[in-house]
Design a protein around this ligand. Structure first.
Ligand SMILES: NC(=O)c1ccc[n+]([C@@H]2O[C@H](COP(=O)([O-])OP(=O)(O)OC[C@H]3O[C@@H](n4cnc5c(N)ncnc54)[C@H](OP(=O)(O)O)[C@@H]3O)[C@@H](O)[C@H]2O)c1
Length: 300
């Protein structure tokens, strides 16, 4: 089968399309014929070696951690999933024709493969962040970096909780944020004043998705570092704010719930662009430029 791999850390040029034997699922795992694999910033950060201090990698390494597809082999001990089932979830080496999932749920018929393959990371991260901040009905949440994958999920999952959301994005994406249910504003100088005008009664919590170095400003806006959380800025804890990290918490429940919300029309995901396997490097370059709206996917 065809797969994307890299054998050393480096730029997009270290990615290669290789012909390898398909992997086999171990106990409690399934293998899928991949239909869509979501592109995440972690794909290019891992490739660049940014995680090497806390994550062991064995070369040649595969690319991608989430996908949707059709089950074509079932590992020992798996009882509720069968060859031919449509599923989506987490694994490794997803930018390939076949890949092994370690955590998955069945894909409802009304959830397109393209969206299902891009859902796991953003929905679990958003859900975890909202839970860690105990975001609830009647509150107002500020999201810094609201138009990307995680931001799009945070907005919609917070709206489902009955929370008012103010999200930052560049002006041309404000209609997109409104469609997802957020009140948009621009990022950059003057953010505190703009947010005060939009939320005169104050902001209860803030989630930093962009990792743009504004944790102190977010703490000043919220008035309490304990109600500020970042998923992207490792310095957050130095200021007394929270940093939320994996591994995924209860991924099967989150994925099933988000699929249900999608079926009810309460969760949508914009796929900005779909790339063939051979263009994985190009997709990572677009992701690393930092202005994706929604998600990018690879369709082998
Ligand atoms: N801790 C965890 O568990 C965890 C899990 C998954 C991902 N992450 C991290 O979370 C971060 C976000 O991931 P993602 O998938 O949402 O990324 P993404 O989809 O690539 O985010 C792109 C978005 O960021 C916005 N943006 C860029 N600069 C901004 C700024 N200065 N202020 C506000 N928004 C800005 C862009 O909007 P404009 O075009 O309008 O600028 C764009 O829509 C990444 O660093 C990723 O590694 C963490």
């Amino acid at each position: 089968m065809k797969a994307v791999q890299f054998s050393r850390y480096g730029g997009p040029d270290v990615l290669e399309i290789v012909e390898i034997d398909p992997p086999h699922p171990g106990p409690g795992e399934v293998r899928i014929a991949v239909r869509a694999a979501g592109v995440n910033p972690s794909d290019w950060k891992r490739r660049e070696g940014r995680y090497r201090k806390f994550e062991e990698i064995r070369f040649p390494a595969g690319v991608g951690v989430e996908a949707s597809g059709i089950v074509d082999e079932v590992g020992p001990g798996v009882s509720s999933t069968f060859v031919g089932d449509a599923v989506f979830g987490y694994g490794e080496g997803m930018m390939a024709e076949h890949a092994v999932l370690t955590h998955w749920v069945h894909k409802p018929d009304d959830l397109p493969f393209e969206i299902a393959g891009a859902l796991p990371v953003i929905s679990e991260t958003a859900w975890r962040g909202l839970d860690e901040l105990s975001v609830r009905s009647g509150q107002t949440l500020l999201v810094s970096g609201a138009a990307g994958g995680i931001g799009s999920a945070v907005i919609q999952l917070a709206r489902v909780r009955g929370t008012t959301v103010i999200g930052t994005a560049s002006p041309q994406k404000h209609d997109y944020l409104r469609e997802l249910g957020a009140i948009p504003t621009t990022y950059g100088p003057g953010l505190t004043d703009r947010v005060r005008q939009l939320a005169p009664d104050g902001i209860d919590a803030a989630i930093d998705v962009a990792g743009s170095g504004i944790i102190p400003e977010l703490i000043a806006i919220v008035g309490d570092a304990a109600h500020v959380l970042s998923v992207a800025d490792f310095s957050a804890e130095e200021y007394g704010a929270k940093f939320s990290r994996g591994p995924p918490k209860d991924p099967e429940r989150v994925l099933a719930d988000v699929a249900r919300l999608h079926s009810k029309g309460l969760f949508r995901l914009h796929i900005e662009q779909s790339f063939p396997l051979e263009k994985t490097a190009e997709a990572q370059i677009v992701s690393a430029a930092g202005h994706v709206t929604g998600k990018l996917i690879i369709s082998p």
